[in-house]
Design a protein around this ligand. Structure first.
Ligand code: MN
Length: 427
């Protein structure tokens, strides 16, 4: 089925600013509270949030097999379960109805009032009920940088790293939507040169600039997903800030990996951008140093996406400083390889599962996706526009991730993924 929703020449009768992340070619999916306090699934064009529950009720999806309450839900899990054919039919229809040449909704004032909201008047919620959250570690530059700092240059990459996408199981309970503030977490850490740990608020609160993909029901327990089919089970992507407390992490991570240094919060952007919308930005993935084992070998080499990723700190006086400028395409292991690896032992993946990429760092210093790397383990402070310095984050910092794709015809973006750091709670 053609993805007619991607037609780059299409214009909408809804006004879209030139620099918008949400032209009619994007059509992402999210969940929000309308100004009448109703929860609905929706999409976004320009600065307008579109209530797909009402859109469906008023007959604009007629002819597409959808349950009556498909969009009147508080998560996208059921819609995602319906599979790629439905996702495509729905995006294509939305594009058609909002096309400037289509008068059906454009000229129906009453319906427009029910369906269309100013995006600033709605409250975005978590778009999915995250069943399971897995975080990979698939940027070679990031893994190498961290390895050099923790173990020295000779042992930077662990011997397994080039053979498989390394990952760990995180917590889904603390996945939060953009705009939710976080408190500086408490934990144990081992001060440098000491042999006894101390307890207190983390002194090295950090971000991880990541993306995450969201799966549909993919396999039954015991049945792996093949590398060639893996892409069929990926619905879309969001931005992910995988907050990390480096001092807690450093003390706890041996031998079982990340735990309390990671699971206090992970923030995602509210609009899921579909893989269909990202298709025009498909690009070569990095050449892999070693030929992977057969179950991880892909037939083609254009398995990545050119998604520009940026991180900024907004300080309490409102001043914004960009601290990281990286790209999804630097990622060594592809999403298909991650999903094929995840299920090769028969592990079952369900609708709404979230798979983090791992921190995405490039080779240039300003492309490092964490403060740990940007300040090189806390040794080199970054000076912000307001003159203050950071090695890790301060209380009051608002950390903002952005992501977008751009070619000569169209740009598709993710909007913002933000989180403000509040002081530790009183224990
Ligand atoms: Mn991470």
């Amino acid at each position: 089925m053609l993805i007619t929703a991607n037609n780059p020449t299409r214009r909408s009768w809804l006004k879209v600013e030139k620099e918008s992340d949400f032209p009619i070619q994007n059509i992402p999916f999210g969940v929000f509270f309308t100004k009448d306090d109703i929860i609905t699934i929706g999409t976004r064009i320009g600065e307008y949030a579109i209530d797909l529950g009402a859109f469906h009720q008023l007959g604009y999806f007629d002819g597409i097999p959808l349950t009556d309450d498909m969009f009147m839900q508080d998560s996208l899990n059921d819609f995602i379960s319906d599979g790629r054919k439905t996702w495509r039919l729905v995006r294509n229809r939305i594009a058609e109805i909002f096309d400037e040449k289509n008068s059906s909704l454009r000229d129906n004032v009453k319906h427009k009032e029910i369906i269309i909201f100013d995006v600033n008047e709605v409250e975005m919620l978590l778009p999915i009920n995250v069943g399971d959250y897995t975080d990979f570690y698939s940027s070679k530059e990031h893994a190498t940088n961290v390895g050099v700092m923790f173990r020295g240059k000779e042992n930077a990459l662990m011997p397994n790293w080039l053979h498989m996408p390394i990952g760990y199981h995180g917590r889904s309970s603390s996945i939060i939507v953009s705009g939710t503030p976080i408190h500086r977490p408490y934990g144990q850490s081992l001060p440098k040169g000491e042999t006894t740990p101390v307890f207190g608020p983390s002194k090295s609160l950090d971000m991880e600039v990541e993306t995450a993909f969201i799966t549909t029901d993919a396999n039954n327990l015991g049945e792996p997903i093949s590398i060639d089919e893996a892409g069929e089970y990926i619905f879309g992507m969001v931005l992910l800030n995988d907050w990390s407390a480096r001092d807690i992490q450093k003390w706890e991570y041996v031998p079982l990996g990340p735990f309390l240094g990671k699971n206090f919060a992970s923030t995602i952007s509210p609009w899921i951008v579909t893989m269909d919308a990202l298709e025009p930005f498909r690009c070569e993935s990095p050449k892999q140093d070693l030929s992977p084992l057969t179950y991880l070998k892909q037939k083609t080499t254009n398995n990545s996406f050119d998604i520009k990723l940026k991180a900024s700190i907004e300080t309490q006086n409102g001043e914004l400083t960009e601290i990281c400028n990286t790209n999804f395409k630097y990622l060594y292991w592809t999403m298909e390889q991650q999903l094929a690896h995840h299920t090769i032992n028969g592990c079952n993946v369900r609708s709404g599962d979230l798979m983090g990429s791992g921190t995405i760092s490039g080779s240039e210093k300003n492309s490092y996706g964490s403060m740990l790397e940007l300040s090189w383990g806390g040794k080199e402070a970054i000076t912000l526009k307001d003159g203050t310095k950071r090695v890790f984050f301060n209380d009051g910092d608002n950390v903002i991730l952005r992501g977008f794709c751009k070619n000569n015809e169209v740009s598709i973006g993710f909007g913002k993924c933000t989180g403000k750091i509040l002081p530790p709670i009183n224990l």
